[in-house]
Design a protein around this ligand. Sequence first.
Ligand SMILES: [Zn+2]
Length: 341
Amino acid sequence: MRRLRFPFAIALVAVIVVGVIYWLRTRPHEVPTPFVTQGRLQVYALDVGQGDSELIISPEGKSVLIDAGPPQAGDEVVSALKKRDVKSLDLVVATHPHSDHIGGMRAVIENVEVKNFLDSGQVYASNEYERLLRVIKEKKIKFIEAKKGMKFDLGSGVSLETLNPQGDGQWITKVRAGGSVENANSVVMRLTYGNFSMLFTGDAETETEQLMIRSGEPLRAQVLKVGHHGSRYATSAKFLEAVAPEVAVISSGADNRYGHPAQVTLDRLQKAGVKIYRTDLNGEIAIVSDGNKFEVHAARQPVHVALRSGSAGVLACLLPAVALLSMVGGRGRLRSRGRRL
Ligand SMILES: [Zn+2]
C-alpha cells in the first residue's frame, strides 16, 4: 500500500499545481490598465450589480452621480467616490424612483456632501423613496425637478443637458402592457465636451425614445448608456439610428432574474456595429475623453475571452487528471493482485 500512496500523491499535487497555474493565467484581470485622468473628462459606470450608477468627473473636478444602484451597492458607490477623492458631489441625479437606482443614495448622502439633487419629479409611493426625500430635506440639499432643456455647466466647456422628462406636467402615461410609467419618465441626460458626447438614458423605454426623436432633441452620442439594463423594450433600431453610438455601456447584474441584457437588444447593437461593454462581464467601466477622442477602460475582460486564450491550459489541466484517474484505476488492480498473493 505504501508504494501506491506515493504516485497518487504526486499526481494529486500535479493536478493542483497545474490547476492553480491555469486559474492564475485565465482568471479575469481585476487590475485595470492605468490611464490618464488629469485634465480629462472621466465617466465611470460603477459595478453595482443589478442596477445603475454612473459617476462623472469633469476636467476641473466638478462631479455628478447619476443613480446609486440598489441598497446593497451603497457602500460600493461610496468607496468608488472615495477612491477618486470625491468629497462633495455637485449634482446627484435620480433618473426615476425605483430601488435599483435610488437604493444606494442614502449611503451616498450620509457620507459625501451633496450640493444639488435632480429628480424626475414623479409621484411614487415607496418607503425607500420617501425616506430619501426626507434625508434630502434634512440635509438642506437643493431639490430640482428635471425638465427638458435644463443645462448644468461642469466647467471647461463640459455640459450636461436634460432631454427628458418634457416638463410642465407632460408625462408619458401610456406604456406597453407590463411596462413601467416610472421607467418611461426617466431623466435622460446628454453629456458633451468638445466633440465628445455621451447619453444617459436611465430606464427609458421605447415610448421615451420615440418622444425624444419626435421632439428633435440632440441625441447623437459616441457612447450610449443603454436604457433599462439592456431590456428588450429599449434601444430600438430607430433610436440607435438617431444616437449612432460607437460604444454601448450596459449596467446589469450577473445572472439577474430579469434576463438583462436581452439577446435581441445585444443583436440590435451588434447589427449597428456598436462595441458593447457590460458591467456584469467587465466590472467597472471607465470612459475618458480630452474633448476630442475618447478611450474605454474596463476593469476586467469578459471571462469567455480569457477562456479562449487559455484553451491550452484546459488541456494541461486535463492531462494530469487523466493520469490521476488511471492511477486510481491501477490502484484497484494492484490491490486485487495483492489479495491474490
Ligand atoms: Zn432599473
